[in-house]
Design a protein around this ligand. Structure first.
Ligand code: SF4
Length: 107
């Protein structure tokens, strides 16, 4: 029987149990050279009653400022759920430029 690799126990530890807020606190973002997402038309947002984009994003990327829907794109978690819930397909979204965007510590 072979000997265990020295120090292997440090790599086999289970990940710490964290709630969602703690996990999101550990998320890192590297701002890209330009926005990778935007509202296509504020006029459409003004007519949108439910504004689901304000509630679906755990990173709080979407906010209201006066009547306008504002995107804090540099803290986007790249889940893409905002595009799915927008009833008017009024969000342009793509991945950030290579080497930019979100990095998750705990997957
Ligand atoms: S869900 Fe779409 S249309 Fe409605 S406020 Fe958000 S981005 Fe605008």
């Amino acid at each position: 029987m072979s000997e265990p690799i020295p120090g292997i126990e440090n790599y086999l530890k289970p990940l710490p149990r964290l709630n969602l807020s703690d996990k999101l606190f550990k998320v890192g973002f590297k701002r890209g050279p330009e926005a990778h997402m935007k509202i296509i038309s504020q006029d459409v947002c003004h007519k949108c009653v439910d504004k689901p984009c304000l509630y679906v994003c755990p990173f709080n990327v979407f906010n209201l400022e006066e009547k306008d829907t504002i995107i804090n794109w540099d803290s986007c978690g790249e889940m893409g759920g905002c595009r799915v819930v927008c009833p008017f397909q009024n969000i342009f979204w793509t991945y950030p430029a290579g080497g930019h965007g979100v990095s998750y510590k705990y997957g």
